[in-house]
Design a protein around this ligand. Structure first.
Ligand SMILES: NC(=O)c1ccc[n+]([C@@H]2O[C@H](COP(=O)([O-])OP(=O)(O)OC[C@H]3O[C@@H](n4cnc5c(N)ncnc54)[C@H](O)[C@@H]3O)[C@@H](O)[C@H]2O)c1
Length: 342
């Protein structure tokens, strides 16, 4: 049994504690939060588990083999580094850190010590994203042409991070998981419609060398909740509506081909294919439970997690570049130059 310490028992921490409690390979031994009321809540829900205030106290507990960090984004790096230095495996909430410099330091520290470092890119472990990755990886969709996501609602307006760091991070992590191709340019336009708050809406565009384009629309001030992504490929197209109770993914055998037909020269020489639509059956497993099983399995076997520290670093690099673009009114940032410089 892997002994787990959870740091941060606010909104998301209880989900981690519950899933670690239900996982057959792990046991929650301690929960830390510097807020007294949060500790009282944790003690009521997890009788027998020690509650403490700080990461230092978690690390003093020899039963803690691994820690899960669910504090606000600015409070990920210091506790994660302390845990790695104390020889503990680490699962950190998304985004892994507030800067790529910090993320690199965590990646190096974990590698040097042979410890598992994983970031909670929860969507990667949803049955929907796993199916999309399978369809894309298996070639059924063909060459990817576009990924077009709308992720809006009347959301929890964060005080320390913009909507890009809070919501677009999910799409950047999903793209990282479904295609090995990395973007060559990113541009982001954003606005804040609440005084003294970070940006509340943004449009992020990524360009890939293959010609693929990804567009991400995120907004905390939308009247309705929309979680809809269109993925277009040369062979098939996917509509993923995450709010659908069933049939979240629909695959359309639709497309357009240039015919080269001389007789059709007066028309547009475009052939339209409009075939069947099918909805693949998706597992009903909870993504976080799958992810925590995976984390425990990686610790036990020494395997590299699907969402390892490097995946966390790649996503933070994109978030930083999106931020620079936003500050310059949406100027595209050439990521190939950024990579050469680093
Ligand atoms: N994976 C997901 O889908 C998902 C969803 C929501 C939130 N998150 C992530 O979870 C993290 C936490 O978000 P939240 O909404 O639960 O925040 P929150 O503010 O509700 O909870 C954070 C808790 O951490 C405690 N805390 C903060 N700093 C601490 C420290 N240094 N030592 C001890 N306790 C400390 C606070 O007292 C609070 O109880 C964020 O990184 C967020 O991005 C992930």
């Amino acid at each position: 049994m892997i002994g787990i310490g959870v740091l941060g028992y606010g909104y998301w921490g209880p989900n981690l504690a519950r899933c670690f409690g239900e996982c057959e390979q792990t046991r929650v031994v301690a929960i830390a939060d510097f807020d007294r009321a949060a500790r009282d809540r944790a003690a009521r829900r997890h009788p027998g588990v020690t509650t403490v205030a700080t990461m230092a106290e978690l690390l003093d507990d020899p039963r803690v083999d691994a820690v899960a960090i669910a504090t606000p984004v600015h409070a990920h790096f210091e506790p994660a580094l302390a845990a790695l230095r104390a020889g503990r495996h680490v699962l950190v909430e998304k985004p892994i850190t507030t800067s790529s410099g910090e993320a690199s330091r965590l990646v190096d520290e974990a590698a040097r010590r042979g410890l598992t470092l994983m970031v909670d890119h929860t969507f990667t472990f949803t049955p929907a994203v796993q199916k999309i990755a399978e369809l894309v990886g298996g070639g059924e969709i063909g060459t990817l042409h576009y990924y077009d996501s709308t992720r809006v609602n009347l959301g929890i307006v964060q005080s320390d991070v913009s909507v890009v760091w809070d919501l677009a991070v999910h799409d950047l992590a999903i793209l990282d998981a479904i295609t090995p191709e990395r973007p060559v340019a990113i541009a982001a336009q954003a606005a804040s419609h609440l005084a003294q708050r970070p940006e509340t809406m943004a449009f992020v565009t990524l360009h890939f060398a293959s010609g693929m384009v990804a567009h991400i629309n995120v907004n905390w001030l939308a009247p309705v909740k929309v979680r809809r992504t269109l993925i277009g490929g040369s062979r098939q197209m996917i509509v993923w509506d995450d709010l659908e109770p069933s049939e979240k993914i629909k695959v359309y055998d639709k497309g357009v081909t240039l015919t080269g037909d001389r007789d059709a020269a007066h028309r547009l020489r475009v052939g339209y294919r409009s075939g069947d639509m099918w909805a693949p059956r998706l597992a009903t497993t909870e993504a976080l439970a799958t992810e925590i099983d995976h984390f425990a399995g990686c610790i036990a076997s020494g395997r590299t997690p699907l969402t390892d520290g490097l995946a966390g670093l790649r996503v933070v690099e994109l978030l930083e570049s999106a931020h620079w673009s936003m500050r310059q009114g949406g100027r595209p940032i050439d990521l190939s130059l950024e990579r050469k410089a680093s």
